[in-house]
Design a protein around this ligand. Structure first.
Ligand code: SAM
Ligand code: DTB
Ligand code: SF4
Length: 351
């Protein structure tokens, strides 16, 4: 493996080099990841995004992990596109609780001409609240990417999910190349990329290497890299897949941190099933972003209070957007939440 300046992103990582990182002794890998992390980021800051499903279920795609696919019966309540006003109320609430980015997800193969103008209104509204905006709407054409950019969209989420080789065992209704095409349209329109994948779908280590390499070949790297642990949902084909060893998940975060040194690496879905200690190891491995709030899109996430308590225990602060510095406000909210939780625990103990 070449000893290079760890500070400068590289776009020529080979499969063997990434494989060699995965094969390092665990503490060597984490030490290296933490070193890269500290060269590029404030070590105890974590960016906080809140998710909202703006259109739920009945998706025509057959992604085997997804509770929202219309191909499986997951007993999910389907919902049409939410009203703009309702979305903005949720965004304001997320801001009040300390989120700096609001991410809106729709269970579409691609947005329709009828729905698209409402999504543009949502983006403008979220921006006017002083939040960063992110949407994930499926495949886009050039025109749609341009209109999203003109509406001021900050990030577009579009995951590659796994390696090109394993992809066809997970999704048959679209190709890896379709995904790459949308990603390059989004990039071309000047919107920042949020692109990552899912671990624990029964893939092999070479597939985790393949996914991370594919992400690391993008020039520049995706600004945001969500690493999801599969949330197994009853009714989906992956409902009974074997658990991924959490050390392999933590290794994936560490490797992503090393090969994409300037990207935010998000510890995404799956935190609900993880201990605080596992999450702390993910932060040590270089994760510096989370989804914050009781719900992801359709499945549950740790309660906001619990996350603020975890941040307090670990000495982590929510990262602030550069353009507006209301760090004091967020600190005050965090302190208040922790205080409320402590007094709740005190009263319960003394009841
Ligand atoms: N339909 C759009 C798409 O697929 O691009 C946007 C919404 S989709 C739910 C967004 C991402 O959520 C997927 O790409 C996948 O990586 C992740 N995801 C979906 N179901 C998941 C699950 N059960 N566990 C972990 N991640 C999941
Ligand atoms: C991402 O990588 N993870 C988020 C977000 N991007 C859109 C979605 C996770 C979904 C988990 C399953 C659910 O709640 O439906
Ligand atoms: Fe549809 Fe996205 Fe779920 Fe796939 S991951 S079924 S595209 S909502």
């Amino acid at each position: 493996m070449s000893a290079t300046n760890t500070n400068e992103p590289r776009y020529d990582w080979t499969h063997a080099e990434i494989q060699a990182l995965f094969d390092l002794p665990f503490t060597d890998l984490l030490f290296r990841a933490q070193t890269v992390h500290r060269e590029n980021f404030a070590p105890n800051e974590v960016q906080v995004s809140t998710l909202l499903s703006i259109k739920t279920g009945a998706c025509p795609e057959d992604c085997k992990y997804c509770p929202q696919s219309g191909h499986y019966n997951t007993e999910l309540e389907k919902e049409k596109l939410m009203e703009v006003q309702k979305v903005l109320e949720e965004a304001a609430l997320a801001k009040e609780k300390g989120a700096s980015r609001f991410c809106m997800g729709a269970a579409w193969k691609h947005p329709s001409e009828k729905d698209f103008p409402y999504v543009l209104e949502m983006i403008k509204g979220v921006k006017s609240l002083g939040l960063e905006s992110c949407v994930t709407l499926g495949t886009l054409n050039d025109e749609q990417a341009k209109r999203l950019s003109e509406a001021g969209l900050d990030y577009y989420n579009h995951n590659l999910d796994t390696s090109a080789e394993f992809y066809d065992s997970i999704i048959t209704t679209r190709t890896y190349q379709d995904r790459l095409d949308t990603l390059s349209r989004v990039r071309g329109s000047g919107i920042k990329l949020c692109c990552g994948g899912i671990m624990g779908m029964g893939e092999e280590q070479k597939d985790r290497v393949g996914l991370i390499r594919q992400l690391a070949l993008m020039t520049p790297h995706p600004e945001s890299v969500p690493i999801n642990m599969l949330v197994k949902v009853a009714g989906t084909p992956l409902e009974n897949v074997d658990d991924l060893d959490e050390f392999d998940f933590i290794r994936s975060i560490a490797v992503a941190r090393i090969v994409m040194p300037k990207s935010h690496v998000r510890l995404s879905a799956g935190r609900q099933g993880m201990s605080e200690q596992t999450q702390a190891l993910c932060f040590l491995a270089g994760a510096n972003s989370i989804f914050y709030g009781e719900k992801l899109l359709t499945t549950s996430n740790p309660e906001a209070n619990k996350d603020m308590m975890l941040f307090a225990k670990l000495g982590i602060k929510p990262e602030q957007r550069e353009e507006h510095s209301d760090a004091a406000v967020v600190d005050a909210i965090a302190a208040q939440v922790v205080k409320q939780e402590e007094s709740k625990l005190f009263y319960e103990a003394n009841a």
